[in-house]
Design a protein around this ligand. Structure first.
Ligand SMILES: [Zn+2]
Length: 186
């Protein structure tokens, strides 16, 4: 859902004009980033860091994902999957890059909160990551194939046409990149 139709509200404690211009949705996304300054600083360092060893790189990656997820959750114990819309406990939600992380520039990785969104472990994260589903102009689309196993077919049917509440103008390019470059292989 585009943000343009939402009421613009001032943000408590903000002395800048910028925050007052943001929609409620955008403000909700940004507030945790300001509250969690330490997390954001560490995230920035990790994004810019190159590990000396594979083990170090893996640790850095895991820590980066942990911080990203924490910022997206914003202290919520229950949050919505950005694809299917299900409200779920945080342990069942992951921080998913809308544009494949490995293909993101450092600048894009730092484009918080637009580059990532929460997706559920009940299939949406994996289906999106492997291109079984994509988002086009705010609508969830699927790529079914003849011969798909029933469980996959039924899951895709349940997702086709849903509104992706996480879609926004700022994220359009990332969703378009995913649609054009990530597609199921079988
Ligand atoms: Zn989901």
């Amino acid at each position: 859902m585009p943000c343009s139709g939402e009421p613009r509200v001032p943000v408590m404690g903000s002395s800048t004009g910028l925050m007052g211009l943001l929609t409620q949705h955008q403000s909700n996304l940004l507030i945790p980033l300001f509250d969690l300054d330490d997390d954001l600083e560490e995230y920035k360092e990790l994004v810019g860091a190159q590990g000396d060893t594979d083990g170090q790189s893996l640790r850095n990656y895991r820590r980066e994902q942990h911080l990203l997820r924490k910022m997206l959750l914003d202290r919520r114990r229950i949050a919505q999957c950005g694809i299917c819309g299900s409200s779920l406990p945080k342990d069942l939600l992951v921080a998913a890059h809308i544009k494949q992380r490995a293909k993101c520039s450092t600048e894009e990785k730092l484009d918080l909160p637009n580059i990532a969104m929460l997706m559920c472990d009940f299939g949406c994260d994996g289906l999106y990551e492997d291109g079984f589903i994509y988002v086009e102009e705010g609508t969830v689309k699927t790529r079914p194939m003849a011969g798909d196993p029933a469980a996959l077919r039924d899951k895709l049917v349940s997702l086709e046409g849903l509104t992706c509440n996480e879609w926004s103008e700022a994220r359009r390019g990332y969703f378009q990149w995913h649609r054009a470059n990530v597609s199921r292989e079988y």
